[in-house]
Design a protein around this ligand. Structure first.
Ligand code: APR
Length: 256
């Protein structure tokens, strides 16, 4: 990583410390890699190098084999619960604590490491792996009554509603599903409003999240990318910092 790029990126970030929403941060799976959570597209260790996303991260895949999909997510959840925020997560949270309101954090990650590092507000584009939802509409709700609570479902792989048999699914956004509208709209606004867009640990392979860097650049922001390897959105970067989240973010965000 060239030190001049690091110091120029640092200066650009330092310049927006006092500005509300001056720094918009987008994170991906690489942000949590040094916490022991696998990425998706890493050639050897990535989930999609070992499993078929159509089978494990789609409604059709879940319907085809609910038990297998549920168990796979249960294993990932255990991994998330065991994991701890790394120095990169902590550096972002410390920056936010020093400069309240300057940073808007958007993540594609379904883990809770940003929240555990201390961020109160995180725009989650791809859901929450620790959350549980009904696969289909709740029959009681449709009959005008209160919706059944997934947490009260009859346990099993996956749990199911005793009343109507509805299955419980993990609260993540699967391929072919829409992102949460409010979170995406706020992320796009934050990208348009920021002075610096800091992109950490994403391959830029999945839209619309991958479009946020270009959206920010089109609105005049400077784009900083932190990634040890090339990504599909490197052409949007003003500064490309070739290193890991836990190595680079503490140096990039440390107090002057
Ligand atoms: N620090 C920073 N970046 C890293 C690190 C690290 N320690 N380790 C790996 N990376 C980079 C990789 O080089 C890669 O570019 O993180 C990126 C991870 O890319 P993906 O595995 O494609 O993850 P992501 O971009 O978050 O995927 C987007 O795809 O499968 C879906 O819904 C899932 O949210 C996910 C989305």
């Amino acid at each position: 990583m060239s030190l001049p790029d690091l110091s120029l990126a640092r200066a650009a970030i330092a310049a927006c410390r006092q500005r509300p929403g001056g720094l918009c941060v987008l994170t991906g799976a690489g942000m949590s890699a040094e916490s022991g959570i696998a990425t998706f597209r890493d050639a050897l260790t990535g989930y999609w190098a070992r499993f078929d996303p159509a089978e494990l991260a789609s409604v059709a895949g879940f319907r085809a084999d609910p038990a297998r999909v549920w168990r796979w997510y249960a294993e990932r959840r255990e991994g998330v619960r065991r994991a701890q925020p790394n120095a990169g997560h902590r550096a972002l949270a410390a920056f936010e604590a020093r400069h309240p309101g300057a940073l808007v954090l958007v993540t594609q990650n379904v883990d809770d490491l940003h929240q555990r590092a201390g961020h109160a507000a995180v725009l989650r584009l791809h859901g929450d792996i620790l959350d549980e939802q009904w696969l289909g509409p709740c029959a009681k709700r449709q009959a005008g009554g209160p919706a059944c609570d997934p947490a009260q479902a009859q346990r099993g792989d996956p749990p199911r509603c005793e009343a109507c048999g509805n299955l419980v699914r993990p609260g993540v956004v699967w391929f072919g599903e829409s992102l949460p509208i409010a979170a995406l709209a706020r992320a796009e606004q934050a990208a348009a409003d920021c002075a610096v867009m800091l992109v950490v640990g994403t391959s830029g392979a999945v839209w619309p999240a991958a479009g946020l860097a270009e959206h920010a650049a089109r609105h005049g922001a400077q784009v900083v990318i932190v990634n040890p390897a090339p990504s599909e959105i490197d052409d949007q970067a003003h500064w490309l910092l070739r290193g890991t989240a836990a190595e680079v973010l503490p140096r990039l965000l440390e107090a002057p």
